[in-house]
Design a protein around this ligand. Structure first.
Ligand SMILES: [Zn+2]
Length: 124
């Protein structure tokens, strides 16, 4: 996965979480702050200061993980079933939220890629 593909994934996931993927073009005010043209939030200095999530990092993983666990049971169950290659066993899995969950997903890119794939399937 290229950096560009990762950014496309991270933007998709951020928006699926109901948050703004900040994009800047406008400079406002005397201090030349950067403003996101979508939500109007503004920050000083650089584009990086916008802090769009990077789901390849453990910080990003934590954000995604918390969001995932706030989703309805049916969502989590369907997600787990989608990737469960060995239903009925606990091999290679950890027990979470009443389900056996692939332990491979305790990895930032693996979890983000799986959710990305899953949520794309969900789209109409
Ligand atoms: Zn924004």
């Amino acid at each position: 996965m290229t950096e560009q593909e990762k950014e496309t994934r991270d933007k998709f996931l951020t928006e699926a979480m109901g948050e703004c993927w900040h994009e800047v073009e406008v400079r406002v005010g005397l201090k030349n702050k950067l403003m996101c043209y979508k939500c109007g939030e503004h920050y000083a200095v650089t584009k990086e200061a916008f802090g769009n999530p990077d789901f390849s990092t453990w910080t990003g993983f934590g954000k995604l993980w918390e969001w995932f666990h706030q989703q309805p049971k049916s969502f989590k169950y369907l997600f787990i079933l989608t990737f469960d290659t060995d239903i009925g066993t606990s091999v290679g899995k950890i027990f979470l939220s009443g389900h056996y969950f692939q332990s491979d997903f305790i990895n930032p890119d693996n979890f983000a890629n799986a959710l990305y794939q899953f949520l794309q399937q969900e789209e109409p």
